[in-house]
Every structure is written in C-alpha cells, then in structure tokens.
Design a protein around this ligand. Structure first.
Ligand code: SF4
Length: 676
C-alpha cells in the first residue's frame, strides 16, 4: 500500500525487538495447531485472527471441561488451570495436552507450597483473569487476588502469607500493592513472579515510547498483556495507539516527520505485526529494529531468584545432547515430545528410529536444533541410533569382529551395502575369492564383512567380504585339522589320481592314499582300485599340520585277506586264481588281492616237469585245489595237479561223447608240500 492510497511514509518506524509472541504463547499456539482437532479451555490466545485460524483447522474453544466431548483432545493454554479443573478434564476422559507456560507452572508449585505450609496465598493480579484463577486453584487454603492498593488494604489481617504476582502484572504497580500488603500481613513472603518476557517487553516499550512521537501497541482487545502495555506507554507517550490490526490505522494522523514506535502484546502473531509495520512504512525492510531497547533491564534480587528458580525447572539443552522426553502428541508427520524445556520438541517421522510410539512413551532423543525457527526444538531419534550404531561398528572394527551387511546397489568399482543402517562400500576386488563378473548378483544378499577402512567424521566405511571368506576357510580348515584323529576312519571323496596314489577330500582338506595303501594286494595304478569322484572310507595314518600333509589308507578299512582266508578257502575247495609270479620251486597264484598261494612245481601238472613254465605262465588263470591254509604263517598250499586228477577220475561220458576227452596218464601223488 503506498502514499497514493493516503499513507504517508514516516521518517522512521522503530519496532520493539521483543514485540509479539512470548515463548509461552508460541508454545501453546503450536500445541493447539498440532493437536487439531481439539478443544481449548478458553481461547488459546486473545487474538481473533489466530483463534479463527485455529477454528478453521478444528481447534475450538469451550468455557468449561463439561463442554468437552468425552475422550476429545483438550489443550490447556499457557495461562494454566487449577488442580480441580485438570481433574474435571481427566474425568471427561480427555486426552490432556498441557501447554501451561513453565513460568506459570512454577507459580502453581508455589501455591502448592503455601497449601503445604498452611499459609494464605495472595496473588497480585486481576481476580477474574484465568491465570490468576488457575494459580489460586492450586491451593485449598485461603487465597486472595488483589489488583489495586484498595483491594490490598481490604485484605484481612494475617500473620503469614505467600505473595506472588500474575505473570503479566505491571512491575511498578506490583511494588505499590505489595507495600500495602505488608500493612496487612505481619510476615509476608513476597515473590516477584512477573514473567521476565513480560517485564522485558514492558520496559522496552516504555523506553521506546519516550523516544518516539507516536507509539503503536498491537494486540487483541481481550489481551490483558497488550492492554497493560498500552497503559504503560500511554503514560509516557500521549500519542499512544492501541490497535488490533493494520486496518485500524486508517485515518490516524501521522505526519511524514513523525517517529513511530511499534510494540505488540505477547499474544500478537508476527503476521499482524508485519502488516502494521508495512502499513506504517510501506516498505518493511526500512524498519529499524530498536537495538537501543534490547539491553537487559536490571533485575531486582527477588525477580532474579524467580527467574533462576524457573530456569532450574527447565531443562537446559544444546545441539547434540541426548535427552529423554515423553511423547505428548503424534501427528501424521511428526511426534511431539515434552523434554522439560520451555518449548516442546518435534521429531519428524523420518527421524524416528521406530514408528511404534504412542502418547506417554518415554523416548531418548537427540537435540538437533534448540530452535527450528518457529520456536520448537528439533529432535532426532535416528541420530542416537546412528551414533550407537557407529559406536558399535567402531567397537567391532577395533575388536577385529565382522559385521553383517546387505548389498544395496552396484556402483562403479564395487557394491554399496547397508551395515546396521549405515552405508558402506565394498570394492569389487573384495567381494569374493574369485573374480566377480556381475556385481548386481550381490544386491539383496546378506553377507559378513570385515571393515578395512573407517572414517567416522567423514561417515565412510570400506569393507571386504573376501577377507571374511579367507578367514572362514582358514577357520574351517583349522577346525578340520583339529578334528583329525590318527587311526580314525573318515568318509572322503576321491579328487585326483596320480601314479603314486590318490588324493582324497576328507571334508575340506585333501589327504593322500599312497598306492601301497590302496589295497592289500599289488596295485599297478590307483585307478585299478578306485575312481575319481568315488566316495570311500579312509583311515588316517598320519597328520602333519605344519606341512599340511595327511596320510591315509584305503586298504586298512578293508578286511585283511589273511584274517578270513581260512573261512574263505577251506582245504579241499577248488578255486580260480591268477598266476602272478613264478619261481624255480613253483608258482604263486593270487586268489584275491593280497592273498597268494603257492603251487609247488610238483603240483603244477599231472606229469613231472623240469620247470614251472612247462606247465603254466605268469598271467594264466588256473583252477587250483586248496591243500593247506596256515593263516599264522600266511601260507596257502595249492595244487593244479589234484584238480586235474579229480577231473580225470570223473565218470566217463557216454559213448559218442568220449572222443571229446583225451586219455591221460595219472602219475603217483607227490605228498611233499613246498612252502614259500
Ligand atoms: S507472558 Fe510470560 S508467563 Fe505468560 S505465557 Fe508468555 S512467557 Fe509465559
């Protein structure tokens, strides 16, 4: 709006630094906003625009607890309420969101102490003001409200009384009234409980009003705080104005040379103040903040005590601090937490480590910002979890322990994995024991990782899966080696054959079965006995962990031929065997691997022969008769001749078939048994 519409830009507009919402009011308004739909006991602040804005989102005001629908959300505004009102609210089953200003709550505690001490409570303030009613509601003893010296003079005479003030009461007036009170109370305990925010704003407004030509107080007509501001500035600035909105500036005679001061009550929202300023000067940025009015006024000892006392009840917080708070409200986007600070804290849903929270839960949170710009404390639950996770990861790294991660994304040069919610990088060369062609195959896969590089400040972790695999293999090997017991029989798989023996995998480690340990008999090549891939039992003969050598025996898992030779080859039986060796005194015939018997030269044929080869040769398969078995001496005497004799004595086949037989001469039996 410019001068063309009848506005005269004034030479200087000075806005009081502490004009507008105090923290208590801001907190109550925010609580009401977040609680929608909800009801408040009385308007949350005395400002029609804010009240109607709240109404538009479902926050309406009622005048008694009984008007509150059962089970509804009830916001207690910054003025606070008495004990009985609070109980009535709870009796309605209301979900009570208490936005009582911490300064006011502290006075409630003072009222309680008066009750405990059995002394009267005198509140210097307006009897019908909700804050005064609320304060008096915290003592069941005698209590009075006095707003004038006359009212103070009318008090009954008392021996003792606790005197407190309505938080927004004018300081000078409080002093005058208390001087009167001391005439009625012999031993008064006077606590100046004027809110420092109010006092600061009042003093600043008066100082500013003295220096300007026109002083504008912006505030709701119903706001006692705004009205008191106006009363104060009017005393020092005859051209003081009390307006509710910028529209009321219409037609007010302000000249171009006027210096204009602006202040606002604690319930006046910033937007209205801005509108007034813009209307006054038309260019908001030309507004000069009243630097000269921002210095702290000196405080009297009593007031300092009160402030310190209140401060003590408030939690001191700083960014990065971990505190515990109670969940007081949950909306779609955030969780509101009472941390005992003058403003409530907000945790955005994304900053919750678990969405499984409910009103009344105590949760641990980290302070991200003491003021998010709107008067709220910004909190995070996730930061705490992250910090704990980092601590845990660091501890595991320092202890040389592995962590578990899940592959999330294949990136250039490797894989990004999630380790307990923290991102870490695995270089491609560290993914496996072998070359990895498709890194994507690891996405979604859970894997054990060893952290090989960690930089907490930079939030950087590099990990290796390969190192874990190597460690696991060596661990497994060690376990296998530890479990190897000489003399025990284990199951294995034939992996490889060589001329000198067979390599057998016995569960992660390979052992060698030497060719001589493959069979009780003679073996030309291991393939004569076993095949690659065959599962066999082997006996552990020796273990040398230092050289990583294991000697195995296959034959020792098989029955020794000599142990069963007597049963298997009874004397007189005729069996087949292979001529494996010839000597001057006879031929050795293998009945089975590891079991050879001797056919003495005299037993090699029906007739006497000069040398064994005249009858048989190495490699011949012959039928032999068992003449004797001596398992102790490991000797078996065999005879080919007796087989031939027996065959010769067999009945003569019928005529016609005889031609197929040859007539042989049967020599006399040689009884000499030749032993090996
Ligand atoms: S004026 Fe003071 S006591 Fe009242 S609500 Fe604001 S901060 Fe609290």
């Amino acid at each position: 709006m410019g001068a063309s519409e009848g506005w005269v830009p004034v030479s200087k507009v000075i806005l009081a630094k502490h004009a507008g919402f105090c923290f208590g009011v801001r907190r109550a308004v925010e609580t009401a906003r977040r609680s929608a739909p909800a009801v408040t006991l009385g308007p949350v602040i005395h400002n029609p625009r804010v009240v109607s804005e709240l109404a538009s989102i479902g926050v309406r005001s009622v005048s008694s607890p009984e008007e509150i629908p059962e089970g509804a959300r009830a916001v207690v505004r910054s003025h606070g309420v008495g004990r009985e009102t609070l109980e009535r609210l709870k009796a309605r089953g209301a979900e009570v969101l208490d936005a009582t200003c911490p300064f006011v709550r502290r006075i409630h505690e003072m009222a309680l102490s008066a009750e405990r001490d059995g002394i009267a409570l005198i509140v210097v303030g307006e009897e019908r003001h909700p804050e005064v009613e609320g304060i008096r509601g915290w003592t069941s003893g005698e209590s009075y409200a006095v707003a004038t010296e006359e009212a103070a003079l009318a008090l009954p005479e008392m021996e003792r009384a606790l005197v407190v003030s309505q938080t927004t009461f004018i300081e000078g007036r409080f002093d005058r009234i208390t001087q009167t009170i001391v005439q009625r109370v012999r031993h008064p305990e006077i606590l100046r409980t004027i809110c420092p925010a109010t006092r600061q704003s009042q003093e600043e407004a008066v100082r500013l009003a003295r220096e300007v030509d026109v002083m504008v107080v912006v505030g709701g007509r119903e706001s006692s705080n705004s009205r008191k501001l106006y009363e104060l500035v009017r005393e020092v600035c005859p051209r003081a104005l009390f307006i509710e909105s910028a529209e009321e500036l219409e037609g007010i005679g302000i000249s171009a040379t006027d210096r204009v001061g602006i202040t606002a009550g604690a319930s006046t929202p910033d937007c209205i103040i801005k509108e007034v300023v813009a209307r006054m000067n038309d260019i908001e940025k030309q507004v000069t903040p009243s630097e000269e009015h921002v210095e702290q006024a000196e405080t009297s000892p009593t007031e300092s005590d009160f402030m310190a006392d209140v401060e003590k009840t408030l939690v001191q917080i700083r960014p990065g601090q971990t505190i515990t708070g109670t969940v007081v409200q949950i909306t779609d986007d955030e969780v509101c937490v009472n941390v005992g600070y003058k403003a409530d804290g907000l945790v955005k849903k994304a900053d919750l480590s678990s969405t499984d929270v409910k009103i009344g839960d105590e949760i641990e949170v980290e302070v991200v910002k003491v003021n998010d710009g709107e008067g709220n404390v910004l909190l995070s639950q996730r930061n705490i979890v992250n910090r704990k996770v980092w601590d845990e990861i660091m501890a595991k790294h320092e202890a040389g322990e592995f962590v578990v991660g899940v592959g999330k994304e294949a990136v250039k040069g490797g894989l990004l994995a999630d380790v307990m919610g923290i991102r870490c990088f695995i270089p491609a060369s560290q993914l496996s024991l072998r070359y990895v062609e498709k890194i994507e195959e690891f996405v979604g896969q859970e894997m054990k990782l060893e952290i090989i590089e960690i930089d907490k400040p930079k939030k950087r972790i590099v990990a290796s899966r390969k190192k874990v695999l190597i460690a696991e293999e060596s661990e497994k090997k060690k376990a296998i080696w530890d479990a190897l017991e000489i003399g025990s029989v284990v199951r294995g798989v034939v992996r490889r054959l060589a001329d000198f023996g067979a390599f057998v995998d016995i569960g992660g480690v390979d052992g060698l079965v030497h060719v001589t340990d493959l069979s009780w008999g003679r073996v030309q090549h291991p393939s004569d006995v076993i095949k690659v891939g065959e599962e066999i039992d082997v006996k552990i003969l020796n273990v040398d962990p230092a050289r990583e050598r294991i000697s195995l025996s296959y034959k020792q898992t098989r029955p020794r031929p000599w142990a069963v030779a007597g049963d298997r080859y009874p004397v007189g039986s005729i069996v087949e065997g292979k001529v494996v060796r010839i000597t001057t005194f006879g031929a050795f015939v293998e009945l089975e691997p590891g079991l050879d018997g001797l056919v003495h030269i005299s037993q090699c044929a029906l007739t006497r022969i000069a040398k064994v080869e005249d009858a048989i040769n190495v490699g011949d398969i012959v039928r032999v008769k068992v003449l004797d078995v001596n398992t102790e001496a490991k000797r078996i005497s065999l005879s080919i001749r007796e087989v031939l004799e027996d065959e010769a004595l067999e009945p003569v086949p019928p005529a016609g078939e005889l031609d197929e037989y040859s007539i042989v001469e049967v020599p006399a039996k040689d009884e000499d048994a030749v032993e090996e």
